[in-house]
Design a protein. Structure first.
Lengths: 509, 515
């Protein structure tokens, strides 16, 4: 996908925030993982053949009527409860009317002024341990639309396409939209807070088991609202709504970009246009989309085909009993049990590795090994592939058991650290299990002191000048000799043993 | 058989079929023949399903011969309004925009008809998307009143009322959003019931106004209406607004026809000005018949009814504007390419299709509804209308404390002539003045013939309203009135309707009369 957008002027973040205060608002759409759709019995499985998971109801055929999925309502209530929201005792669905080719009824059954959950908050922990409280305006239920695929043209976008295909499998999938109140006073931490909020929300929803929360598959989608207010002014500025911000990294970058862009507009005497903007992951910029105005009129009215949703106090309390441990408390507990430093734990959390590490430890690995192997090379590769580690690992077929096995090989003394890294790379390249890789490559730490001794002697003989330095007390110079010995033995030696022997030979032990 | 089967009531046909003295095929064929004879003139049907009706009839005959126990109405044929989805049978809603659309599913009430073994004769004509009181807004031309072919058969369900009145079907399904079952019944001398809202599933009923629509029976007798109502009524999990409670014993109420000690409330606001003299006279005589049968008369007042029409014409268009948004040429129905645009967008095709596919009355109401729901106007229009709706429901609640049922003429006039009100929407809308309050409040109502107006010799209707979920009272009072009037007339009122000139047109396997 190419971006034809010409980059707009931006101010550096520091300069922007010296003059303006950002007001940030986030709207997160979450697809629920219910077995069936919001208003009909069609399955919700991702990735099925187009238009195979449809019926008269989700196709909007004349005469068909919706029936509310009780499981979806329960998920919505549970989400409301973990977000510390009030749960409505009585609320209705509403029709949001607008025409769009992939929307079967040309209205979206949603909620308007009577959301199922409202007035909550979520505490999010930042990298340095500071906690920011995000106020939650509402969480409401709605249905997803179909999905358009624009065919022809070079961009895959509607502009230039020769025709479009519509897949209604997604139409009617239950969605929860979670809307924050404007976040004020975030200052230079706005990008970080935005990211931390979405990450915390993702972990929370995952722990609730109400959604796959796969941002890359669209089961969690984020819109960023942002405006700037000149320092000292008391009225919020004009906001933009940036759509399509679908990774944690992008949330942070998009906020950063919009702050810089809006500051450049304002400081040059211009005014921010109220509009929808699109985020471009590849170039890291937002571009102007549809101009929004107050004239946007969805003609909401209560959905007459559905009866009000009136959860009983008993149901709400019963659902409260099913809530998982709050993520912050859970993290503290895991950090203590794993013995990680604050920094180590934060890295694990930020990389989305908590569950994977937990699972790996449960499978028998040490916490340190679990952290080490899931956050090194595989993280780099996952990032390059634009995926999170758990998804990427799953796609490679790499599992916690592999880490357990690798650690055992090191512990038994068969592999040293560099050999273990070599083996892990091969595991990631789908060459097999750690043991299979080690066997195939003939990797085995050399314990034969004879081989080691003759290699050491040969290297000392070949490097008289370096050997002399070591003899004179420059122990650090031994590093070059150790390297040569390891090369000599194709890495299959214990570096510590090689070092000890070299120092002994040169009279330094 | 020497008697004409088409003149029989559904109850009588059911008895003959159960006794085995006639076959379901004979009954279906007799009605199809009648349609071939008269429907060129009456135009009740948009689509006749000869093959399907006969096949169902044969199946019933076979099962009966095999000794299976069948539903009481098995083999009694029925016509279905074209706003109800029928699998494999065209469903156009009287609109160009759905020309040729064949639903892949059955409405719940159609499933119940099929399960009962009732052959579906065809789909009946209607004002486009049930908007109208005359069928003049059908995209496929109007239906005609069998009493006078130059007059309207009522609307929107004029196809169903005229089919029953012209003996093309003993039973028909109608839908009633503001009177579309009851007013056609009144002007054709037939019986029509709008059940309690939620009493009959709306699943598969193409929505006009979701909070007002209700399907119900169109018949020639009160007992037949009760029999059909029991087939289609009852809870449906596919319709969230369906009432999850047993249907009261309707047939039993119709058979007992007992009104002794019943308090009949005359609604002051629905009897005075604007009602044709002959209609009023027949109404008063009908009330007297009920008094003679042992009922007691009280007068009640429902002051908020004054605002009913205004509220109705805000709520209905608002809901309709949204319900009709789905007709966008994307997935089914008509698709029109905009002229003069070489590479049209989806939106341009939608606009061109809706422009070509919807008639003027539909467009008028979509525009009204879109306006009424617009931000800045919502509270003044839709919001106020909902408040009026509440007040009307309160009026009914109070009235039903003083009376067990309420009565009024069904429509202010007898059938008007084609074109009389076509250019005056307000005059057309006023025809529903007496029927609309029941839809706004969700209560049940029935129209039964009260006789012929002296000044024009055309049928007038008597409306009975009952509290929600007390539909049985409609049948008790309706049957009592019907028995006394039939006795007074010395036979059914429809026997006095003019004979229709036969045309002898042949009926093919399926015949679609879509223009």
């Amino acid at each position: 996908m190419t971006t034809q957008a010409t980059a707009e002027a931006t101010l550096p973040l520091e300069a922007a925030l010296a003059a303006y205060d950002p007001a940030l608002g986030l709207e997160v759409h979450v697809e629920l993982n219910t077995a069936t759709k919001m208003f009909c019995g069609c399955p919700t499985e991702f990735g099925a053949e187009p238009n195979t998971q449809v019926c008269p109801v989700c196709l909007g055929l004349p005469g068909a009527l919706p029936v509310v999925n009780v499981k979806a309502v329960e998920s919505a209530i549970r989400i409301g409860l973990v977000l510390n929201c009030q749960i409505a005792r009585w609320c209705r669905f509403a029709r949001k009317n607008y025409f769009y080719p992939d929307m079967p009824k040309n209205f979206q059954t949603s909620q308007y002024d009577e959301p199922i959950a409202f007035d909550g908050f979520l505490d999010v922990e930042l990298d340095d341990g500071a906690v920011y409280r995000v106020q939650i305006e509402r969480a409401h239920m709605e249905e997803d639309t179909g999905k358009s695929l624009h065919v022809g043209g070079s961009t895959g976008r509607i502009h230039g396409a020769t025709h479009s295909l519509v897949d209604y499998n997604r139409a009617g999938i239950p969605l929860i939209e979670i809307v924050t109140k404007p976040m004020l006073g975030t200052g230079e931490r706005a990008p970080e807070i935005a990211r931390a909020y979405v990450a915390t929300l993702r972990d929370l929803l995952k722990a609730l088991d109400v959604s796959d929360v796969r941002m890359e598959q669209g089961s969690m989608r984020c819109d960023v609202n942002l405006s700037l207010t000149p320092k000292g002014a008391d009225r919020l500025g004009t906001r933009t709504e940036t759509k399509n911000v679908n990774s944690l990294r992008s949330v942070e970058r998009a906020v950063r970009y919009e702050i810089g862009r809006q500051a450049a507009v304002l400081s040059s005497g211009g005014s921010v246009v109220q509009e929808t903007r699109h985020w471009h992951e590849d170039t890291g910029v937002t571009t102007s989309g549809r101009v929004k105005s107050d004239a946007d009129d969805y003609r909401y009215f209560p959905e007459p085909d559905l009866v009000p949703v009136a959860p009983t106090a008993e149901l709400v309390e019963a659902l409260r009993g099913t809530l998982p441990e709050p993520p912050v408390a859970r993290r503290r507990r895991l950090q203590t049990s794993w013995g990680f430093s604050d920094l180590e734990m934060r890295d694990v959390v930020n990389a989305g590795l908590v569950e994977l590490v937990e699972e790996t430890v449960r499978a028998g690995a040490s916490p340190a090994a679990a952290r080490k192997w899931w956050s090194g090379e595989i993280a780099r590769r996952a990032n390059a592939a634009g995926q999170d580690v758990p998804t990427y690992a799953a796609s490679l077929g790499v599992a916690p058991a592999h880490v357990v096995e690798l650690e055992a090989l090191v512990k038994r003394g068969r592999l040293n650290d560099s050999m273990a890294r070599q083996v892990w790379d091969a595991v990631l390249a789908a060459e097999g299990t750690p043991t299979a890789v080690a066997d195939a490559r003939g990797l085995e730490l050399v314990e034969d002191t004879g081989a080691l001794a003759s290699a050491v002697d040969a290297v000392i003989a070949a490097n008289p000048e370096v050997a002399a330095k070591v003899r004179d007390g420059k122990v650090a110079a031994a590093g070059a000799l150790i390297g040569q010995v390891m090369r000599e033995l194709r890495g299959q030696a214990d570096a510590a043993a090689a070092r000890a022997l070299i120092l002994e030979r040169l009279g330094q032990s | 058989m020497t008697t004409d089967l088409t003149r029989s009531t559904a109850a009588a046909l059911a008895d003959l079929l159960t006794q085995g003295s006639i076959s379901a095929r004979e009954v279906a064929q007799a009605h199809l023949d009648r349609t071939a004879e008269v429907d060129t003139a009456v135009h009740s049907y948009l689509h006749v399903d000869t093959e399907g009706a006969l096949s169902t009839a044969d199946d019933v005959d076979r099962r009966r011969a095999a000794g299976e126990s069948l539903h009481a109405l098995a083999g009694v044929p029925i016509a279905v309004k074209d706003v109800i989805a029928t699998r494999g049978l065209p469903t156009t809603c009287g609109s160009r925009i759905l020309r040729g659309w064949v639903p892949p599913y059955d409405a719940t009430l159609v499933t119940r008809l099929r399960t009962a073994g009732m052959p579906i004769l065809g789909k009946t004509n209607m004002d486009e998307f049930a908007m109208g009181s005359s069928t003049e807004h059908s995209a496929y031309g109007p239906s005609h009143n069998p009493w006078d072919l130059d007059r309207i058969p009522g609307g929107s369900g004029g196809g169903s009322s005229s089919a029953v009145a012209s003996f093309q079907a003993p039973l028909a399904i109608g839908t009633d959003t503001g009177g579309s079952i009851r007013q056609p019944a009144a002007v054709t001398g037939t019986v029509g019931t709008k059940p309690t809202y939620g009493g009959v599933s709306r699943y598969g009923l193409v929505a006009l106004a979701s909070s007002l629509d209700q399907a119900g029976p169109c018949t020639r007798t009160v007992l037949d209406a009760a029999l059909l109502h029991e087939v289609i009524g009852g809870h449906d999990p596919m319709d969230s607004t369906s009432i999850d409670a047993p249907v009261p014993p309707l047939v039993e109420a119709a058979r007992r026809a007992d009104v002794s000690g019943l308090r009949i409330g005359i609604v002051r606001e629905l009897t005075g000005e604007g009602f044709q003299a002959g209609v009023r006279t027949r109404f008063e005589q009908a009330v007297q018949h009920l008094v003679d049968a042992g009922a007691e008369v009280v007068e009640v007042s429902c002051p908020s009814f004054t605002y009913a029409l205004a509220a109705y014409y805000l709520i209905l268009p608002s809901e309709a504007s949204s319900n009709l948004a789905k007709f966008d040429a994307m997935r089914y129905g008509l698709r029109v390419a905009p002229s003069g645009i070489s590479d049209p967008s989806a939106e341009q095709v939608m606009a061109a299709t809706r422009d070509a596919g919807f008639g003027d009355e539909v467009k008028r109401r979509i525009i009204l509804g879109t306006y009424a729901l617009s931000s800045g106007y919502y509270d003044a229009y839709y919001g106020s209308a909902q408040k009026v709706r509440r007040l009307i429901a309160d009026d009914f609640t109070r009235a039903f404390e003083a009376a067990d049922v309420l009565v009024s003429p069904t429509a202010p006039t007898t059938a008007f002539r084609f074109g009389d009100k076509l250019d005056d929407p307000m005059a057309m809308y006023l025809n529903d003045i007496a029927t609309i309050p029941a839809n706004l409040a969700g209560i049940p109502g029935i129209s039964v013939p009260s006789g012929l107006a002296d000044e024009d010799g055309l049928p007038a209707g008597f409306q009975i309203l009952a509290p929600a979920m007390h539909d049985d009272r409609l049948y008790a009072v309706g049957a009592a009135l019907e028995a006394r009037l039939t006795a007074a007339w010395g036979g059914a009122m429809l026997d006095r309707a003019p004979a229709l000139a036969g045309t002898g047109a042949a009926v093919g396997p399926t015949r679609t009369k879509e223009a």
